[in-house]
Design a protein around this ligand. Structure first.
Ligand code: ATP
Length: 614
């Protein structure tokens, strides 16, 4: 059994100011507030005392401070609560319960705000708030949060009392959310204009807030408190709607009055402990729903609304008597605690932990899947990389091979060049050598012959001697150079040119001399002259021989030059090729480094995956 307290129903009376209709019709104020909690007839002897009496000037906020806060605090502590307004039509019930949201909020919005501000202040506890909003119209329970749900049925649950089967319950996490629900439900509520109230509630409305609470630490029971905020339809006499009232209005009125009468009877029975007759809760849906609260499982607060106008005297008196009876009811309020999964908070917590478990499982599965996918990708990538590496290796091999070949070719070519550079003049074969020597000898002898001939100085041109000397020297020099370094082509070429020029000069001179000899008078012919042709012929022979040699040298040089140029070109091409191949090798080396790095990464990832598997 939960915690219990003995409480009286808190009853207050709120006097509303005279309205325009009452003032216009010359109505008079016949009731007045006396002290904090008394109301008395101005001119008569009747007076009534309640927990509080509120005058026309009292703000609803003040009423809430006294009537509302105590109920809300009980609810937060796990006790059921109930606040309702009772009174004739147009007495100010809706004004008190709902009010005007922004300027003058009623007990319902003030209760909602207070619930959430108390939750905020309750450390070490957790709450779950759910709301339902219904109306009882012509004894039919309609869902105001879902207008399609009409005529909902009541069912008795031994543990949770009376419940509305299938009613919409919205879990709310803020007062703003609850107020939105309230506003939405208000739109669906049935109202109509009566002679006393332009917007008269034609139904009883119950806004139910279920507060589930439990301690956050340890395994505690869950307290489930239901707060019923009820705005009753107004009791009215048959002439309220006038004689022209439609049958629908009359029917509404009948149902409203019957249910309010039942409520009055229930309150009367509850207040009269001596009366053991059964309490007619089942006579109306309203009393049936209020039964648990009125029987004592709730902290109940009733605001009775009255008009102090003389023309509402009977209704006001009836309300004041109702309030008086209600005031007598004493209740034993029991904290409503449950242990099982009945509490939504427990159910939700269970669901949350199940979902968290599922989430963990899914996350683990996801990680596993990711790993598998990653492994598959890695394996694929590894395979690809290995293939790529093999291809790169093969390419590298072939390039190295090619490089080797190129190197060999280069060496071969270099060896050519070296052999060409070192090339000695073609070893003079024996015949050639003897010929060369003979040429050398001849040229020397014949120069000497020419010089030592009996040639008269006046007949010989000094140029001949000079040219022959020059020629001889150059030729010797050329041979020497050839022997020394045949690679000095340009020098050889220059020598060759000089020599040819020299030979040409000598030839020209000899020709000139021959011409002179032929044209000279016979008488002038001397022994020397006979020797001239011999010397001349001989000279020509030598020259001819020299020219041949020079020609052959020249050919050899040309040939060599040509070959050399070809080799130079080939060399250039090979050098370029080598450079290109070198670039390719560098690229492949880079690729290989990349491959190696990737491979290392894969190996690390692989090791990691294996360690995770373990
Ligand atoms: N204390 C008050 N101060 C100012 N105006 C009030 C007060 N009480 C009621 N009124 C005004 O009186 C009119 C009727 O009030 P209300 O609709 O709350 O009556 P009711 O008891 O709910 O009537 P019904 O039972 O027909 O629904 C409204 O215009 C309301 O603003």
């Amino acid at each position: 059994m939960g915690e219990r307290t003995i409480e009286n129903i808190s009853v207050s009376v709120r006097i509303r100011p005279l309205n325009q209709r009452e003032l216009t019709s010359g109505g008079e104020k016949i009731w007045e507030k006396v002290g904090e909690s008394e109301i008395k007839e101005k001119a008569g002897a009747r007076s009534f005392a309640y927990d509080r009496v509120y005058s026309e000037n009292t703000e609803t906020g003040e009423i809430f401070e006294y009537q509302g806060v105590q109920v809300i605090e009980k609810c937060i502590a796990g006790f059921n609560g109930c606040i309702f307004c009772y009174g004739q039509t147009g007495s100010g019930k809706t004004h008190t319960m709902h009010g005007i949201r922004k300027t003058n909020p009623g007990l319902v919005p003030l209760s909602i705000d207070h619930i959430f501000s108390m939750i905020q202040r309750s450390s070490g506890k957790e709450f779950l708030i759910r709301c339902a909003y219904i109306e009882i119209y012509n004894e039919s329970i309609n869902d105001l949060l879902n207008p399609n749900l009409l005529n909902l049925q009541l069912a008795e649950d031994k543990r949770s009392g009376i419940k509305i089967v299938g009613v919409t319950e919205e879990v709310c996490t803020s007062s703003h959310q609850v107020n939105s629900l309230l506003a939405m439900g208000e739109k669906h509520r049935i109202t109509a204009s009566t002679n006393f109230n332009q917007r008269s509630s034609r139904s009883h409305s119950i806004f139910r807030v279920i507060v589930e609470s439990k301690n956050t630490s340890g395994k505690s029971d869950v307290a489930i408190a239901a707060l019923n905020l009820i705005d009753l339809a107004g009791s009215e006499s048959a002439d309220v709607h006038g004689p022209s009232a439609s049958s629908a209005r009359s029917k509404e009125m009948k149902y409203i009055n019957r249910s309010l009468l039942t409520l009055g009877t229930v309150i009367m029975r509850l207040s009269d402990k001596k009366n053991s007759a059964p309490i007619p809760y089942r006579d109306s849906k309203l009393t049936r729903l209020l039964q648990p609260a009125l029987e004592g499982d709730s902290k109940v607060s009733i605001v009775c609304n009255i008009s102090s106008c003389n023309d509402a005297y009977d209704e006001t008196l009836s309300t004041l008597k109702f309030a008086q009876r209600a005031k007598k009811i004493q209740q034993v309020i029991v904290k409503n605690e449950v242990t099982g999964s009945k509490a939504l908070i427990v159910k939700y917590e269970k669901e949350i932990s199940e979902l968290q478990e599922r989430l963990r499982e899914m996350e683990m599965k996801m990680v596993q899947e990711e790993k598998t996918a990653m492994n598959m990708n890695l394996s694929k990538e590894m395979l690809m990389l290995q293939e790529e590496k093999e291809r790169a290796d093969a390419r590298l091999d072939s390039i190295l091979q090619e490089k080797l070949q190129l190197k060999q070719e280069l060496e071969r070519l270099k060896s050519f060049i070296i052999s060409a550079e070192n090339v000695k003049p073609k070893p003079i074969e024996k015949d050639d050598k003897s010929r060369k020597d003979s040429i050398h000898k001849h040229s020397a002898a014949h120069s000497r012959t020419i010089l030592s001939s009996e040639f008269r100085p006046e007949d010989t041109e000094p140029l001949l001697t000079k040219n022959l000397d020059f020629m001889q020297n150059r030729f010797s020099r050329m041979i020497d150079l050839n022997n020394e370094d045949s690679s000095n082509f340009s020098l050889l070429e220059r020598n060759d040119t000089y020599l040819l020029n020299g030979i040409d000069n000598v030839e020209n001179e000899l020709l000139r001399m021959g011409t002179q000899k032929e044209s000279a008078p016979t008488t002038q012919i001397n022994p020397v002259e006979t020797k001239v042709p011999a010397t001349y012929e001989e000279c020509l022979k030598i020259i001819e021989e020299q020219r041949r040699m020079i020609d052959s040298q020249k050919n050899m040089l040309d040939q060599f030059k040509y070959e050399n140029e070809a080799k130079d070109l080939a060399l250039l091409k090979f050098s370029k090729d080598i450079e290109e191949k070198q670039d390719q090798i560098d690229l492949l080396n880079d690729e290989l480094t990349l491959c190696r790095n990737n491979l290392t990464k894969l190996q690390v990832a692989n090791r990691f995956r294996q360690s995770v598997k373990k």
